[in-house]
Design a binder for this molecule. Structure first.
Ligand SMILES: Nc1ncnc2c1ncn2[C@@H]1O[C@H](COP(=O)(O)OP(=O)(O)OP(=O)(O)O)[C@@H](O)[C@H]1O
Ligand SMILES: [Mg+2]
Length: 307
């Protein structure tokens, strides 16, 4: 069983009476987790609670083995945080800023400087490393923020909207960097985004958030693996008779009244028409369906709105 990195139990948080986090319980193990949700879902707030920057009104939590209540000052040295907002100190060049962050996390000065050069090279800022960070473009600032989160070699990285403000090329490179860090397997990560594709490409598991609650948890890969073998079928007549003849095939009815059939990849699809005829029904709609994270997202968000 994988080690528990973060455990939250019934966490609630309010901003001046507004409930931004509602009864959130979750367990995050090793690996890369995505936190997906629309604007205002509570992603940043939840991350700040995990970092100990915000204190929940109620609930318990353990982060890297330490209770939330006991304070996370020590634990934060083992966490790298890439905030959503700008956190760059004006008047400092990238090397100075990055090594300063390393020192703040407890690294000896010489080691912090050496490591600053390494991580700036890694994120592709080696040529601009002596420039004032204030003069950086948005994309460069995002890279620098990643370097700041990496410099002290943390056990857990918390990346809040890492691709925000980046153009498509920059986004791609940022996602590649994140995937590269993840592939080394030493760091655990939580990545928030409202962009489904970001999460789909980088995270093994995804938590979907809406209105301060976790509304769904999924394995990202399940969707990708299933992709080819889902068929959307519209039936005129008694769907039950048709399904009975299909035997053990997993099926569900979607909101438009179509059946979603989860067929083994080698299932002869055209035989469905013969089966329909035997069952005395007609197939009126027949289309391969792709269940994506987007479907899961829309469904989860829809269900949480309906509550
Ligand atoms: N300092 C604050 N004071 C009052 N309300 C706040 C504050 N910060 C956030 N909120 C509210 O709490 C809710 C959750 O905000 P949060 O920033 O955590 O969402 P988010 O999922 O990170 O959104 P985004 O995708 O826009 O970054 C929102 O309704 C927001 O308006
Ligand atoms: Mg946010």
């Amino acid at each position: 069983m994988s080690e528990t990195i973060i455990q939250l139990e019934e966490i609630n948080f309010f901003y001046n009476g507004f409930q931004a986090i509602e009864n959130v319980s979750l367990e995050i193990g090793t690996g890369v987790y995505g936190l997906l949700g629309p604007n205002g879902a509570g992603k940043t707030t939840l991350m700040k609670i995990v970092l100990g920057h915000l204190r929940p009104a109620a609930g318990k939590g353990r982060i890297l083995g330490t209770d939330l209540e006991s304070g996370l000052t020590e634990v934060r040295r083992r966490i790298g945080y890439m905030p959503e907002s700008h956190c760059l100190i004006p008047g400092m060049d990238a090397v100075t800023l990055t090594s300063y962050m390393g020192e703040l996390s407890g690294m000896p000065r010489q080691e912090a400087i050496k490591r600053a050069h390494e991580v700036l090279y890694y994120v592709g800022l080696e040529e601009s490393r002596y420039r004032l960070a204030d003069t950086y473009s948005s994309g460069m600032k995002q890279r620098l923020k990643l370097a700041l989160a990496l410099v002290h070699d943390p056990v857990l990285m918390i990346l809040d909207e890492p691709t925000s403000g980046m153009d498509p090329g920059g986004r791609e490179e940022m996602l590649e960097l994140i995937a590269d860090i993840a592939s080394k397997g030493r760091m655990n990560m939580i990545i928030s985004s409202h962009i489904l594709a970001d999460i789909e490409t980088t995270c093994a598991r995804v938590l979907i958030m809406n209105h301060g609650r976790i509304v769904s948890e999924q394995n990202t890969r399940d969707f990708v693996d299933r992709e080819t073998s889902i068929l959307e079928v519209g039936i005129k007549g008694e769907a039950r008779a048709f399904l009975e003849r299909l035997g053990g095939i997993q099926a569900e009815m979607d909101r438009r009244g179509f059946l979603r059939l989860y067929l083994p990849a080698d299932f002869p699809r055209m035989s469905l028409f013969a089966i329909a005829m035997e069952a005395g029904v007609q197939i009126r709609h027949f289309r391969p369906s792709r269940i994506t994270l987007e479907d899961a997202f829309v469904t989860a968000i829809g269900e949480s709105r309906a509550r």
